[in-house]
Design a protein around this ligand. Structure first.
Ligand code: FES
Length: 147
């Protein structure tokens, strides 16, 4: 089955990889290693990407399910880096493994709700696990960027 979709604005075509995990396809075929694989069962959020603008755990999406759709990974957030800078300013990144997934979850939130309240930020990030930061600085970073 040959499928076509977009990743970070670029047209992508694949056939043999259509039944692989989307996270694996993005990392192993396209080299987008900002997409992290932690649990590979939808628990950690490290693999979060935007699919048609909404955050999804790409480890739970088969590549063919992206057919005709648009995927954005952390590499596709663009050069301005405002959200990333907010994370750096507040010290919201320590080991960094969870950061790409959290950034994508936050990006999805901010696209849907440009000025979220704290409870909305916490709800949006509830599926993303961070073992280092304690989450407070992450919430502060998203709130600072939204302000
Ligand atoms: Fe996808 Fe953990 S690797 S949720």
């Amino acid at each position: 089955m040959r499928i076509f979709f977009k990743v970070n604005g670029q047209a992508v075509e694949t056939e043999g990889s259509a039944v692989s995990r989307l996270s694996s396809f993005l990392r192993d075929v396209l080299g987008l290693t900002g997409v992290k694989e932690g649990c590979c069962e939808g628990e950690c959020g490290a693999c979060t990407v935007l699919l048609d603008g909404r955050p999804v755990n790409s480890c739970l999406v088969l590549t063919f399910q992206a057919a005709g759709r648009e995927v954005i990974t952390v590499e596709g957030l663009g050069g301005s880096g405002d959200l990333q800078n907010a994370f750096l300013q507040t010290g919201a990144v320590q080991c960094g493994y969870c950061a790409p997934g959290i950034l994508m979850a936050a990006e999805g939130l901010l696209r849907a709700i440009p000025n979220p309240v704290e409870a909305e930020i916490r709800h949006a990030l509830a599926g993303n696990i961070c073992r280092c930061t304690g989450f407070e600085t992450i919430v502060q970073a998203v709130a600072a960027h939204a302000a």
